[in-house]
Design a binder for this molecule. Structure first.
Ligand code: SAH
Ligand code: SF4
Length: 415
């Protein structure tokens, strides 16, 4: 039986696409293999959102070169955001690669209809469902719109049908994915929005939880916030990247909102959806960011106390507006210092937020076992571990929280 090996880094969209690719391989008679040296076909699913992700992909690919030399029949394919429309340069630099295909596109050796209908192969308690591809926003630092193209929504009927199928196979939780889920539907004939989609999905029997990400602060509507509050299966968990705390930096980033708008939106979300888990993304060291402007990001995190923050140091991406027009003038050491400062601030905030959960009863969906302990997430996306002899995979379980740390919680079923 021929076999395949997939290597993936990057965002949830990459993970979703790799899961679907794996399922198509299985459907066409391929088997997953853990030892890359023995693989008949290798797919590298890449990310170039920051230089270090790109470096990892290049390094990995270079490691495959001797494998191909030893076994010339092996096929090597590269996808993900590294692959541009014009692949001439990549082909010249990596002549041992058989195929380059763009992120989200059908692999050249596969049937297009099958690709568009592919589902994750193995029934998992929680899985990803892409609802809108691409992005129309062109934030100054971001390479995603150049690599994933313009926004293209999947039809509501397709998504509903897919989630019903997943749920009939045992999936309990879906995370709807898009670079900007607030744009969902604007390009479809009936112009549905995310609130319409959530309402339809909420009615699916057997499905227990619905999440979605990422929201854009300039586009998130009151109607969506109210819909999240109203629908029982929709997790009270919102990913709303602020990116920076200073209005000058937000303007330079072309984010399309002010920090005052952002804070107003957060307080609206928190008043309509009590106990919501809020997640943000922050970039430090964007071109021209001064110490005082960075301090405004510190103030933002201190004031809003997010439940999770994805922190990144600015990395110039060739072709983006910032890389073309602005000097990368914050020294690397200074970026690191700012990053460390926010990391320790966030650690302190999370220590406090999570400590408040001690003694409380939470519901988690058990996703599996790690180092002998069951683990799952609360609706607000807190990671919880517990031990028990019963098989809990795919079950919703109530736990009492006994121990807390900034990054995870420990609970018990016996309370
Ligand atoms: N569509 C989402 C995610 C985009 S990429 C959004 O709008 O937030 C994921 C995260 O990577 C971004 O939120 C941003 O914080 C970070 N990122 C993107 N480009 C970057 C760059 N050039 N340097 C550093 N971080 C970057
Ligand atoms: Fe990139 Fe901005 Fe689009 Fe997010 S919204 S993918 S940060 S351009």
């Amino acid at each position: 039986m021929p076999n395949y090996y997939i290597w993936t880094i990057g965002c949830q969209m990459n993970k979703a696409e790799s899961e679907r690719l794996a399922s198509l391989f299985e459907e066409t008679g391929y088997q997953a293999i853990a030892d890359v040296k023995q693989a008949d076909i290798i797919v590298l699913n890449t990310c170039v959102v920051r230089q270090n992700a790109e470096d990892r992909a290049v390094h990995k690919l270079q490691n495959f070169k001797p494998l191909k030399k030893a076994r010339p029949g092996m096929i090597i394919a590269v996808t993900g955001c590294w692959v541009e429309s014009n692949t001439d340069r990549l082909k010249a630099d990596f002549p041992f690669v058989d195929y380059f295909f763009k992120a989200g596109e059908c692999p050249p050796w596969m049937d297009k209809d099958k690709w568009s209908q592919a589902l994750p192969e193995k029934p998992q308690p929680a899985t990803y469902v892409p609802i809108i591809h691409g992005c129309n926003n062109f934030c100054a630092y971001c390479v995603v719109p150049y690599r994933r193209g313009r926004e293209k929504s999947r039809s509501m009927a397709d998504i509903v049908c897919e989630v019903k199928e997943l749920s009939s196979r045992g999936t309990k939780e879906v995370t709807l994915l898009g670079q900007n889920v607030d744009s969902y539907g604007h390009d479809l004939p009936e112009k549905p929005d995310l609130a319409d989609l959530l309402t339809e999905l909420n009615a699916i029997d057997g499905l227990c939880r619905i999440r979605f990400l990422t929201n854009h602060p300039k586009d998130m509507s009151r109607r969506l916030i109210e819909t999240v509050a109203r629908l029982d299966k929709v997790c009270k968990n919102i990913t709303l990247p602020a990116q920076a705390g200073s209005n000058e930096i937000l303007t330079a980033m072309r984010r399309g909102y002010t920090i005052e708008n952002y804070k107003k939106l957060v307080s609206e979300i928190r008043s309509v959806i009590p106990n919501v888990g809020l997640v943000s993304d922050i970039i430090v060291g964007f071109p021209s960011e001064t110490e005082a402007q960075f301090q405004q990001t510190v103030d933002l995190l201190t004031e809003l106390r997010f439940d999770a923050v994805h922190l990144a140091a600015y990395s110039p991406r060739p072709g983006t507006i910032a890389a073309r027009e602005m000097a990368d003038d914050v020294p690397e050491d200074e970026k690191k210092r700012r990053l460390k400062m926010l990391e320790s601030l966030q650690e302190k905030i999370l220590t406090e937020i999570n400590a408040d959960l001690k003694g409380k009863i939470v519901e988690i969906l058990v996703e599996g076992k790690q180092k002998g302990k069951w683990f799952g997430r609360t609706g607000t996306d807190k990671l919880v571990f517990f031990t028990d002899n019963v098989n809990y995979t795919g079950k919703l379980v109530n736990l009492r929280i006994d121990q807390t740390s900034p990054w995870s919680l420990q609970g018990t079923t016996k309370y």
